[in-house]
Ligand binder design. Structure first.
Ligand SMILES: Nc1ncnc2c1ncn2[C@@H]1O[C@H](COP(=O)(O)OP(=O)(O)OP(=O)(O)O)[C@@H](O)[C@H]1O
Length: 328
């Protein structure tokens, strides 16, 4: 069952839902009929190579760009129609925060808090202190921002998104341009944000990063959404193949053929031949245990049997047709 977010009359089944979301820039289709479904409470990775349409999608989610077609609903409310109700509950970090370098982190946040439509001045200091504490910057509250590292600046940007209690956080490539230490700090922070009960929607072009931070993911390729769901399900949906070691290769081939599986030779070993056979994607394919059962019932001596699954990386490369930078 899908968990419900919100409380009272504001309950919603999906924290973000888009239908047929599309954006044209002249003749170019940057975002093409995207149907996103982001469950409440998830840390949702929005993954895709550079230029695949992530930022454009995020800008449309937040009402920063108009959609050419399609609908957006955030926290159960239509955007941009209900932006006045929606946006106070959404924290965002898009295209890097702009801070005054010669003001301290705390002074910058105070200014940004004061710019909020409905913030109460008397409680401002408390809000700023809490946000700084949440991102681990209390010790640097009085330090001028020009002396912050990139990772600290990015965490300050997230602190800005956290000045009010948020039900949804939207972070566009929050680790972009950070050194390994800054990247680690921001990844740990993103992971921990969901513990506060918010849904976190975070874009990245790094598969490994999404695997470390996220519970769910969607994959964009050339403006289209090519897969989405819980990470575990995305992994399972990859194709699998069996690796069989047997001294009875001929017999094994005919049993496998009877099951509709084409066997390829995988080389000889001292105790038999290796045969490889591709199982079709989970769900409509043969279960590996059934294959072993049939082999044994068919008189094949099974000396080794393994199931090799396509890694998430293989799957993403297959879906997007592009390599992912998995080095970081
Ligand atoms: N304002 C604009 N005018 C024209 N084309 C644009 C505009 N904004 C984005 N595009 C194009 O739309 C496509 C998608 O860009 P977008 O920035 O959404 O991708 P992205 O996945 O966020 O990539 P990156 O990680 O590089 O930011 C790209 O081909 C880009 O050149």
């Amino acid at each position: 069952m899908i968990p419900q977010g919100g409380s009272g009359s504001g309950r919603y089944n999906l924290a973000i839902e888009t239908r047929g979301l599309t954006k044209h820039f002249g003749r170019q289709v940057a975002v093409d009929g995207v149907d996103l479904a982001v469950p409440p409470g998830s840390v949702f990775g929005f993954l895709g190579p550079n230029g695949s349409g992530k930022t454009t999608t995020i800008r449309m989610l937040l009402g920063l760009a108009a959609a050419s077609a399609g609908t957006v609903s955030l926290l159960g409310m239509e955007m941009p129609g209900r932006f006045r109700d929606v946006l106070p509950r959404v924290g965002a970090l898009v295209e890097g925060p702009a801070f005054y370098p010669f003001l301290s982190g705390a002074a910058n946040l105070s200014r940004l808090d004061a710019a909020g439509r409905s913030t109460v001045p008397a409680t401002r200091k408390g809000r700023v202190d809490r946000a700084l504490e949440r991102v681990g910057l209390s010790h640097a509250a009085g330090k001028k921002v020009h002396a912050y590292s990139l990772g600290m600046k990015q965490r300050l940007g997230i602190a800005n998104a956290l000045l009010a209690r948020r039900d949804l956080l939207v972070l566009d490539e929050p680790t972009n341009g950070l050194d390994p230490q800054g990247t680690r700090e921001v990844r740990n922070l993103v992971r921990s944000l969901a513990h506060d009960g918010a849904t976190v929607f975070v874009s990245s072009h790094l598969l490994a990063e999404v695997e470390q931070m996220c519970t769910h993911a969607a994959i964009m390729s050339a403006g289209r959404l090519v897969a989405q769901g819980p990470l575990a399900e995305l992994r399972r949906a990859g194709s699998a193949r069996i690796r069989l070691l047997t001294p009875d290769a001929g017999q094994a081939r005919s049993v496998l053929a009877g099951l509709g599986l084409a066997a390829e030779a995988g080389g000889s070993q001292p105790d038999g031949e290796v045969l490889l056979a591709s199982l079709s994607a989970a769900g409509d394919g043969r279960l590996p245990e059934d294959v072993v059962g049939q082999l044994v019932a068919g008189g094949v001596r099974v000396r080794g049997f393994a199931v090799e699954r396509e890694s998430l990386e293989d799957r993403f490369v297959a879906l997007t047709g592009e390599g992912f930078d998995v080095a970081q």
